[in-house]
Write a protein that binds this ligand. Structure first.
Ligand SMILES: C[S@@+](CC[C@H](N)C(=O)[O-])C[C@H]1O[C@@H](n2cnc3c(N)ncnc32)[C@H](O)[C@@H]1O
Length: 258
């Protein structure tokens, strides 16, 4: 299959997911642009830190110390990274990502302690780059044994249920969202938590059955056995060229499996 992610989208994911962290790590390189220099706050997405706060708050409510997690469609791994960094109790992380380009760069960021050129959007057809030392990121994750699965997710992707399952802004890009959600529910152990987010951008080119286009992801969790924890609406944005970005609203829910 064609890679889900072209070079421009790779740069868009990098800057949206990682620019604030790269600044925190001490890099102050200005982002070149085909026009004037672009301020960071137009480039990075507020989504990742807000959704990580949401995840932490739900885990704190249950008083648990997770040992394992699964992230479906992690792109470049900011959420997997923040989860690993925040929970020294974590031992195993499964990531399932069908894009070869995204999975390759996920590994380079979080699993290989080498110098790395991080792409950003200079114009619609041109990317700039910033050098990044990934060693501190790799150190923050080294207590977690990562299993990187480069394929579409289904109920056979991982061998045993995990404590935390996360699937953010993926199901409206899939042929059958209900199959993905059923597999996520199966892959969550009793007492564990599912985090699901959706921007509801249903499109014919992805969805096999139009009737699967739900308008509230809470409806996946109406049967007995699922305790609602929290829900939120979080802005989610990506640049397309240096002065144009698309802003979505992502609906995030958390359910505990009884
Ligand atoms: C819109 S992006 C969201 C990425 C990230 N979770 C975020 O919130 O920014 C959709 C992601 O889902 C992945 N994806 C698409 N179809 C998938 C499938 N069937 N199984 C697993 N991941 C999938 C894509 O490769 C991409 O990384």
């Amino acid at each position: 299959m064609d890679d889900y992610c072209d070079k421009r989208s790779l740069a868009a994911y990098f800057e949206a997911q990682w620019l604030d962290k790269i600044r925190e790590m001490g890099d102050s390189t200005l982002l070149n642009s085909a026009s004037r220099t672009i301020p960071d706050n137009f480039v990075q997405s507020p989504f990742y830190l807000q959704v990580c706060d949401f995840i932490h708050s739900c885990i704190a409510q249950t008083g648990s110390s997770p040992r394992s997690f699964l992230e479906v469609g992690p792109a470049l791994g900011r959420v997997s990274y923040e989860l690993s960094r925040s929970y020294p109790s974590l031992e195993e992380g499964w990531v399932v990502e069908p894009s070869h380009r995204l999975m390759t760069h996920f590994r380079r960021l979080l699993l290989n302690a080498e110098g790395y050129y991080f792409p950003f959007i200079e114009s619609l057809h041109r990317q700039g780059s910033i050098h990044l030392n990934t060693a501190p990121l790799v150190r923050d994750c080294q207590h977690v044994s990562f299993h990187c699965i480069e394929s579409r997710y289904d109920h056979n992707s991982i061998p045993t249920p995990v404590d935390i399952t996360i699937c953010l802004n993926v199901i409206d890009q899939c042929e059958s969202p209900s199959l993905i959600v059923d597999a996520l529910k199966e892959d969550t152990r009793h007492g564990g938590i599912v985090f699901l987010a959706n921007t509801y951008q249903w499109q014919k080119k992805h969805l096999k059955e139009a009737s699967e286009a739900v308008n509230d992801i809470n409806q996946y969790f109406t049967e007995d056995g699922w305790q609602p924890l929290e829900e939120a609406e979080i802005p989610y944005h990506f640049r397309f060229n240096e002065r144009f970005s698309k802003l979505f609203l992502s609906h995030v829910v958390a359910y505990r499996k009884r």
